[in-house]
Design a protein around this ligand. Structure first.
Ligand code: 13P
Length: 253
């Protein structure tokens, strides 16, 4: 059985007080309403990590993640936050290669690869994001794009390293647009990702690695997305900012 994961990427939203309130509401609802076999991950802004880490300390169902990490170990990189720092405040996960980082901050596959390796070396679980743009899909290049993102940023890893990675398929055209991938499109791509991993690393690893869907996933469409054989949960943006909506998504398996 693969791990089921629903992660809330808050992006650059909430102040510290609002973030603590949201985290504590989610934690209480998850404690009361959610089965033990689902892992919930809260991914607030950096400034909230320590506080929310303290709040959820010891909770088995709710974990903490960061939205990004530096591509360097330490040193003169003003404004950057290292994987080691993130780990030291109690986070278990870190998002790498989110499309907003790739597009707005010009991170390419080699930077993403560096971040994946650093995350792993500090015992963080990378949530590796991949996804195609609308143009790329319309031109029939979506499989090729995802394949090169996997090849160039992940496939240098050893088997025992890749085993620790979580993949999130987030089609860029679905992020924050209200346009969700259809259950068919999501399953088709998740299956492609799993098959690509199988060809390179074998069936056992391919069957173990969780692949999450992200992009306008909400309490209404989560059920039909999560029902697909290769969809193991979601990476949720906008809908993770409301505790009721987010918990309802978590309960959509
Ligand atoms: P939305 O759920 O707001 O579309 O964002 C998805 C996302 O980018 C999660 O990382």
């Amino acid at each position: 059985m693969r791990k089921k994961i629903v992660a809330g990427n808050w992006k650059m939203n909430t102040d510290f007080k609002g973030g603590l309130k949201l985290a504590s509401e989610v934690m209480n609802m998850v404690n009361d309403e959610v089965m033990d076999d689902i892992q919930v991950v809260l991914i607030p802004p950096f400034t909230h990590l320590f506080g929310i880490g303290q709040l959820i300390k010891g909770n088995k169902k709710v974990s903490l993640g960061a939205q990004n990490c530096a591509a360097h170990i330490s040193g003169a990189y003003t404004g950057e936050v290292s994987a080691e720092m993130i780990r030291s405040v109690g986070a278990d996960y870190v998002i790498v290669g989110h499309s907003e980082r790739r597009h707005l901050f010009k991170e390419d596959n080699s930077v993403v690869e560096e971040k994946v390796k650093l995350a792993l070396s500090y015992s963080l679980i990378p949530i590796f994001c991949c996804g195609e743009s609308l143009d790329e899909r319309n031109n029939g290049r979506h499989f090729q794009i995802i394949n090169s993102q996997l090849e160039e940023a992940l496939f240098e890893l050893e088997k025992d390293e890749l085993l620790k990675v979580v993949i999130a398929y987030e089609p860029v055209w679905a992020i924050g647009t209200g346009k969700t991938a259809s259950p068919y499109q999501a399953q088709e791509m998740h299956h492609f990702i799993r098959t690509t991993i199988k060809e390179k690393y074998g069936e056992d690893l391919a069957n173990t690695i969780p692949i999450l869907y992200g992009g306008s996933c909400n309490a209404k469409n989560a059920k039909e997305l999560f029902a697909n054989a290769d969809v193991d949960g979601g990476l949720i943006g906008g809908a993770s900012l409301k505790s009721r909506d987010f918990t309802d998504i978590v309960k959509s398996f």
